[in-house]
Design a protein around this ligand. Structure first.
Ligand SMILES: Cc1ncc(COP(=O)(O)O)c(C=O)c1O
Length: 404
């Protein structure tokens, strides 16, 4: 027997759907790149956080608050281990990747981007890794893509100049699923003394991430794409970088001493966590990391790779379908059906209980580079299996029948 095919089949049969109460039988949820469904373990942790153990953190003198503080800080340690951070103090809790990038742009950018300095992005970036740099007043250069829709590191190496103070790139594209050679990008950045920021939103749910091995300087991700709650995310930065960064939002929890004349600030990470944090979100994120690590990120990566292969194989056999992105995309397949707007594809698929995303995916410059307004996108999670791909393919066959 062909071993690769056998492995594929066993992986396609492996799914964790029963852990997800919000996915009814017969519904193909193929929009995990937008947000992942929540396993019962995460829902239970959130419920316990509000129903049994709830209190504020860091300020209470009573026991419940002290215990919640311990749980909150344990989550910070869990995140640090999850991504290979040097210490829990390198983990800043934010609302999501968007806020993490804005924090770096407003705080690090304010201190480090002088007139004439430049930031290097790529064609495939999410708006949340474009607009914050524009708001920070940075001059932006854009690395093109290769023919198979990866960030072109050869082009990047040719473009990089000492004026580039930062390179900011998606670790995995939310539209194309292209996986960045992050270590290669770090080497290029560091060759001119620039920092590398990786937007890990689409990477952490689907592959092992070790920020030390990647040799990046900043890493951001959102909890809700990692099977955790919305409203919680992570910014990691090297300790020395965080220590040198000024605060970006002022308020409670981020100070050392306040007078009307002068305020001194807390050390990181508290310096960047003004206000009452999303206590239960942090607890839920801990549960989400426990959940994915129990399955194992290598197993999740292999599972999604098999789903992507099967999807690309099936869709490429349909004459009407054009596929985007590289063959080995991570958990995400964008496509177009000839002569049918992606919104119509999405609407007709919904009638067959197949949920995909259709639109520009917050990547309008990428759409322009691909020469389209929008794409249809199927993206996978641990709960998907062969049956979801079959439903997608049957749904697209129906689309082509309807549109002749
Ligand atoms: C690659 C990428 N970066 C950033 C974001 C923004 O994430 P959030 O809206 O959770 O802040 C997303 C979400 O779609 C994404 O896919």
């Amino acid at each position: 027997m062909d071993m690769a095919a056998a492995t594929d089949r066993s992986l396609l049969a492996l799914d964790w759907r029963a852990d997800f109460p919000a996915i009814p039988d017969g519904w193909a949820y193929l929009d995990s790149a937008a947000t992942a469904q929540k396993p019962k373990a995460v829902i239970d942790a959130i419920t316990r956080g509000y129903a049994e153990t709830y209190a504020t953190v860091h300020r209470g003198v009573y026991q419940r608050s002290a215990e919640m503080t311990v749980a909150f800080e344990a989550s910070r340690g869990r995140v640090a281990r999850f991504i290979g951070a040097g210490s829990p103090e390198e983990i800043v809790f934010v609302r999501g990747a968007t806020e993490g990038i804005n924090l770096v742009a407003q705080s690090w950018g304010r201190d480090n981007l002088r007139p004439g300095d430049r930031v290097l992005l790529s064609t495939l970036e999410h708006h949340s890794n474009i607009v914050p740099w524009q708001l920070a007043g940075a001059e932006i250069d854009v690395v093109p893509l290769t023919e198979d829709h990866r960030i072109d590191l050869d082009a990047m190496a040719a473009m990089i100049r000492p004026e580039h103070k930062l390179i900011a790139l998606a670790h995995v594209s939310n539209v194309l699923g292209s996986v960045l050679d992050a270590r290669g990008a770090a080497d290029i950045a560091h060759s001119v003394g620039a920092k590398l920021l990786l937007d890990g939103c689409q990477a952490v749910p689907r592959m092992p991430v070790d920020v030390g091995a990647l040799d990046c300087d900043f890493y951001v991700f959102s909890g809700h794409k990692l099977y955790g709650p919305t409203g919680i995310g992570v910014l990691w930065a090297r300790a020395g970088i965080l220590e040198a960064m000024p605060p970006w939002q002022g308020g409670g929890a981020m100070i050392d001493k306040v007078t009307f004349e002068q305020t001194t600030f807390a050390a990181p990470p508290a310096r960047f966590e003004a206000g009452t944090p999303h206590v239960v979100g942090v607890i839920g994120l801990h549960a989400a990391i426990d959940y994915v690590e129990e399955i194992g990120l290598p197993a999740i990566a292999a599972h999604e790779a098999a789903l992507v292969r099967a999807t690309r194989d099936s869709l490429s056999s349909l004459n009407s379908v054009r596929l985007f992105g590289p063959d080995d995309s991570a958990g995400i397949v964008s496509f177009a059906v000839e002569g049918v707007h992606p919104h119509d594809v999405g609407t007709i698929l919904d009638e067959s209980k197949v949920a995909i995303r259709a639109g520009h995916h917050c990547a309008q410059p990428l759409m322009a580079a691909l020469g389209v307004d929008a794409t249809a996108r199927a993206s996978f999670g641990v709960y998907n299996g062969r049956q979801d791909i079959d439903a997608l393919v049957r749904g697209i066959e129906r689309v082509t029948r309807i549109f002749g």
